[in-house]
Each structure stands twice: as structure tokens, then as C-alpha cells.
Design a protein around this ligand. Sequence first.
Ligand SMILES: O=C(O)C[C@H](O)C(=O)O
Ligand code: SF4
Length: 510
Amino acid sequence: MNLQNLENSIYKLVTETSTNLPKDVRRAIKKAKEAENAGTRAAMSLDTIANNIFMADDNVSPICQDTGLPTFKIKTPVGVNQIEIKEMIKKAIAQTTADAKLRPNAVDSLTGANSGDNLGEGVPVIKFEQWEKDYIEMKLILKGGGCENKNIQYSLPTELEGLGRAGRDLDGIRKCILHSVYQAQGQGCSAGFIGVGIGGDRSSGYDLAKEQLFRHVDDVNPNEDLAKLEEYVVKTANTFGIGTMGFGGEATLLGCKIGVMHRIPASFFVSVAYNCWAYRRMAVNINAETGEIMEWHYQDGEKISFEEEAKAETKQQGEVVKLTAPITEEKIRSLKVGDVVQISGRMYTGRDAIHHHLMSHDAPVDLDGQIIYHCGPVMAKDEDGNWTVKAAGPTTSIREEPYQGDIMKKFGIRAVMGKGGMGPKTLAALKEHGGVYLNAIGGAAQYYADCIKSVDGVDLLEFGIPEAMWHLGVEDFTAVVTMDSHGNSLHADVQKSSLEKLADHAERVF
Ligand SMILES: O=C(O)C[C@H](O)C(=O)O
Ligand code: SF4
């Protein structure tokens, strides 16, 4: 095999997966846009998402800043050297990372050190199988952390919030799948896709669930019962009112694919892999002799470019509140849930490592009146040592729940921005201290990178690129107030109303 060609082919596969959303996924997002009522927050978010999809393709830059845990599934003809393929994958991954097509995402679990090139113990994940065909099939999925954290595994029989007992039968499975969509709320960047694995043990069940994510969005399950269940789940989940980003709305789930395998008598697992709208999976067939790509998968049907959405002015409904830090307490207390804000001026990124650090250290900059953005960007450094932002969408804020309120009070921070909302502890602190939570559109990494006009500094870079504190100069960076200083939380409201909707489906259906 020509190894240089193989490395180039893998480089193309990785770049395409990270930057160009597959056609079937684009069509599903287009359908979601059509289902949403014009003028709502959900419709506005979908416009931003559509715009972002176009920009990523156009800039050949990551759709979302989160590369996830790159996972390859490969089938090779008998006799092909799998060790060589593994080496070429590692080279291509390191090169695409150096070229800012991927964010350095491999973190030492014990020391916290980022390897910087997406290589590490067991990373990337590479799984081989042999087959009788004479070419190589290579599939790749880049599934980000926010949606991965919303995966869930049920052990039947069990009791489910809103739905009661789920037994060891098709109807029990149905209840688990509905519950999995409810528990994800908007935190996995809805509207999402789910892969479900019935049976196996804890690890093979999850593997089966993830394998379903390689199916085409518009295929039909050959098992009739499962085909009916898939259709039922999508239809029913879209009545929950969770909507895009958990803002409420019509489009909550864009696809459900269910696989089944045998189990052992004592165990009955239903495993659900939740994937965000930034559903980045692609596959190629590779000539086993030349190493060149013969064919790309997921190429059927129309490609929606979303160019029109990208060209149209994003229509803001109602008033837009302009914010520039430092922000006064009075200004913050005038904001309420539902307000659209546009930030210009300075903001600072801070996510898991920074929040942990700030609990026991001073801040490297004066944070009084400032805005903290929960974001781990993709950054590139030029020959002169200057940084530019390549992708910069929000990360899931709930991970900072144990720290956020205390940090805001300790340093006088007035606004935190991320996605998916935060819990009761933060809500209480916003009220007491005078603060707001701003929700940005998850995954819209190109759209937001475009609003960042300068990188004015960086602190704590030793935590790695995603975890450092970046000082960003932004212009018209748009977000929605979803938690205010008056005790209101859109996230708490949507969770409550969606639980009521879920509970409508406690009766047996299958
Ligand atoms: O790590 C990130 O940048 C975001 C993550 O994918 C998330 O959804 O929270
Ligand atoms: S930020 Fe959202 S879109 Fe990006 S990987 Fe995380 S869950 Fe997916």
C-alpha cells in the first residue's frame, strides 16, 4: 500500500468530517427549521446554526470547536497491515490538529495535561474488523463532550421520572428512550439525534448505540417493530417542547436509530448515545493497494448549502440590549429572561479548569463587572506569535454549577455565558449578587469566531488551549438571557413543562 496516499486520504476524511456536515444531517436541520414558528428564539437559533454550517464549509474550519474523541471504525480485507493504518491515522490526526481543523482535545486523565496533538493513551479510538471485500472502509465520528455527557444507560426493570415502571419488554424500552430525550434537555445542543442499543452488557450496549449513529438519517430499520418504535420516538419527543438549545419549540429530536443484540439472562440494558445537531460523521472507501479514496459515503440526495440563511440578515425580534463590560449591578438587574443581548468589548473565557482554579486563587485579571464566557476555542498561532480564533462556540455550563455562584460573588462578575443553563445554586447567586446567565447557541463555533475581532491576551495557558483564560475583543456577540437576577430561569420552566408532556406517555403503547 502507498502509505503517503493513505495518510492524505485520512487527512481529507478528518477535515471533511470536522468542517462539512453530511447531506442527510443538513436535510434534517432544514426540516427542523421548517417546523419552527418564525420569530421564536428556537427559529432564531436555527438560523444561526444554518449560517454556521455554511460558514464552516466555506472556511474549511470546524463546525463546532469540540473535536470530541475521534473514533475510527475500519474494515479491512484479509492481509492488510492494520498497524500501518494505525500509524497513518495518528499522523493525519496530528497534522489536522496542527492545521486547526481539530482542537487539541486529548487530556491526561491524571495530570490534566493536554497532549496538544490529539494523541494519547487510547486516543484516537481505532477499531478494526476484517471483511471479505477487497477495499478498506473507514468511518469516523467526531462526537463532542456536551452530548456525550448526556448519554444514558438504563438497567431494566427500573422506575422512571414521569413514566413509572419500565419493564423488560418493548414498552419498557420505549419509556427509557423517551426519558433519555427528556433528561438531555437542551444540554446536548438539541435538536439532536439518538442511537440506541438494546441488550449486550454495559460496554457492548453503548458500542451498539454509537454504531447506530453511522446509519443514514432517512433509512428505515429492517426490523418492523424497531422501525415503528423509531418513528414513534421521533414523533413523540417532538411534542415535549424542549426545542433548539432547550429554548422551547417544536424540533427536539431529528432522528432515532435503534439496534438490538442478545443479552444475558440477568441483564437488560437500554443504552442511548445522544448526538448534538453538529452530527459529524463521515466514511470513505479506500483502495487497499493505492491508499486513495474511491468513494465517499452519505452522498445521496440534495445538499442544502444554507447559503441563503448565511446571506440573510439575522432577524432580531424586538429590542436588542447592548452590553459592554464592565457592567453595573443596576444594568444587570434591568435584564430579564427572554432579552436578547449584544456584547461588544472585552470578555474572558473560563471553563472547568479556570473555575476550579479561581476557587482557591486570585484571578489573573480584574473581573469586577466582567463577562465570563464558558468556551474552549480552537486557536491558531502565526509566525509572529499572534493568536487567532478559529472556532469558539459555548460549552455546557452546568459543569460549573458547583463553583459559579461563589466565583461570581468573589470576583464581582456580572454575567456568565455558555449553553444549556445552570441550576438552582447559580440562580440563587444571580439574585443575591446581581448577575445574569446568557445562553449562546451551542456548536455555532464559526458564527461566534466571526464576532471575535481580537485576541488581547491569555492567562493560564498551562491548562491547555481549551482551558486557558483568553481575553477576547468582541463585536455584536449575540446571546439570550435565560436566567436573570429576579429568580427566573427559562431552563427550569422548560424542564418542568417537558416533564408534564413526558408524563402523558406513561400508558402502554407497544
Ligand atoms: O468542549 C466543548 O467545547 C463543548 C462541549 O462539546 C460541550 O457541549 O459542552
Ligand atoms: S458544543 Fe454542542 S454542538 Fe458542539 S460538540 Fe458540544 S454538544 Fe455538540
